[in-house]
Write a protein that binds this ligand. Sequence first.
Ligand code: BGC
Length: 257
Amino acid sequence: MTATPSCLLPLKGRRALVTGASSGIGEAIANRLAAAGATVIIVYRSHSATAKKTVANIEATGGEAIAFRADMAKERDIKSLFAQVLKKIGPLDILVNSAGMENKCPFLTMPVKDWDQVMSVNLRATFLCSQLAAQSMVKKRRGVIINISSVHAVLPWAGYAHYCASKGGLEMLMKTMALELAGKGVRVNNVAPGAISTPINDSWLHDAAKRRRELKRIPLHRIGRPEEVAGAVLYLASDEASYVTGTTLFIDGGRTL
Ligand code: BGC
């Protein structure tokens, strides 16, 4: 295989950790960052086979990746993940908080267990991972943190009070981190996808009537691809975005218009 010229590898020599990287948007981000030259740490909870497949695919194209298991709902798992990564790979340059979950549940009867579960994966894990990553990033005075948010950080969604609250919370968490870390060399931003064709949306993507209803709400009139979200993450992770911090990039086909 011929080597890719380094000018085409904007992330060469950088270490990137991506949570929720065994499927959907997280997997596309892992592939994209690896193709840009980063060594990618793929974090998964239950899909070990797909995580290993992603590592193998990245290696087959000349990239570097390694998979680690951690449950983002558990503080203990997150702490041990970061300790292992620091020891085996070294300090991170890039953190992408992509692990997330959603489950439909009416507000009036939502059990606190559902609320806590969604909050712990979508918001608390982002806080914990970012804190651990940032503690070593500030020592080198270099680092980038990117959170995968949602159009539902700004658009309410009936049946998803916990999900919307977690994504809305991510907005202010990101802005406050960006403000506190700006003078220490660390940039923090969010990427907010709309409807993207990933396994999380399987229930309506293959249902013609529901798909039509969703398309009516999207000015570009199509469902997005995970690679289109990954492109935005690559931009924010690279030095091309060196003057960008504290912002949210919507990748939603105009859904929030
Ligand atoms: C959700 C998807 C939903 C999309 C647009 C995303 O945050 O994860 O399930 O289709 O927003 O509503």
